[in-house]
Ligand binder design. Structure first.
Ligand SMILES: C[S@@+](CC[C@H](N)C(=O)[O-])C[C@H]1O[C@@H](n2cnc3c(N)ncnc32)[C@H](O)[C@@H]1O
Length: 268
């Protein structure tokens, strides 16, 4: 799938069933998510992630400004605003951004949302965020664009700031070509049943761990830690399991990359 089709898909999802396209619990298909429950799930997820970063002393300096890349309707951005002075959510879909503004109008003091269709993060200056974050987003973006975004994360992060993102590094479904084709058809059928039409597909993309590390290291950043997570499990409900056993993964090995942008004066 091309970057252009991926953008169109997400706008289609956002217009048809935005909350379910973000958290695909089968019981919540067709607009059945309760908004409070949906945002509570985001709080659970952010609390446990920030808790881990604090416990490991990765989040020590003043954490003033945070980017939530691929924010959707702001499920995680809102929860991040409990920890940062300012949170900017960015998304490729205009409808997601419109809904993010609508659902989070009571939090507008700390939260803002930006629509960005470009493969770059040009709305942002170099070194403008203390914390750059992304969860369950890069997995839906074709690899060349994802790598470009990771490079952009390193550009817009301040020296000594933290970059944390999740992505799947391996597809372990071990499907035959025929099964892969059938699986794609099944996804299309499910979406058609939802009334999403045959044109929208929720594709998954992986980047091998060593490629991600190469990108990070060539961008003057230090990889602090990689943790296996359960983000790609079908039952994921915001309760992050860190160091998730690979043999318990369904379909994909998901990893959380924790990265520090080097300060020019820092010796690692
Ligand atoms: C599964 S949702 C996750 C939303 C949010 N991170 C959350 O966990 O609630 C994926 C989001 O990524 C957005 N997205 C997909 N491609 C993108 C891109 N190239 N740039 C920015 N956002 C993108 C989609 O529009 C969608 O809102």
């Amino acid at each position: 799938m091309s970057f252009l089709s991926s953008k169109k898909n997400w706008e289609g999802f956002a217009q048809n069933d935005p909350l379910w396209s973000i958290c695909t619990n089968p019981l919540k298909k067709g607009g059945k998510w309760d908004l409070d429950e949906f945002f509570e799930m985001g709080k659970t997820e952010v609390d446990s992630m920030i808790g881990l970063l604090q416990e490991k002393n990765y989040l020590t300096a003043a954490q003033l400004k945070c980017l939530d890349f691929g924010c959707g309707v702001g499920r995680l951005s809102r929860a991040l605003s409990n920890y940062f002075n300012e949170v900017v959510g960015l998304d490729v879909s205009a409808t997601m951004i419109q809904k993010a503004k609508e659902f989070n109008k009571d939090f507008a003091q700390k939260l803002s949302f930006i629509h960005n269709e470009s493969i770059d993060l040009l709305p942002f200056d170099d070194s403008s965020f203390d914390f750059v974050f992304s969860s369950i987003v890069l997995q839906h973006i074709p690899k060349p664009a994802s790598i470009n975004y990771i490079n952009e994360f390193t550009r817009i992060c301040k020296p000594d700031g933290l970059i944390v993102f999740q992505l799947p590094v391996e597809d372990i479904r071990k499907l035959s070509l025929l099964q892969q084709l059938q699986s794609k058809i099944k996804i299309r059928e499910r979406l058609a049943l939802l009334g999403l039409g045959s044109g929208f597909q929720m594709e998954m993309h992986t980047i091998p761990e060593e490629e991600v590390i190469r990108v990070i290291e060539s961008a003057n950043c230090q990889l602090l830690e990689i943790l296996n997570t359960n983000h790609t499990d079908p039952s994921f409900d915001g309760e992050i399991i860190f160091n998730h056993e690979t043999n318990l993964c369904f379909g994909y090995i998901s990893e959380l990359f924790i990265i520090r942008k080097k300060d020019a004066s820092t010796q690692f």
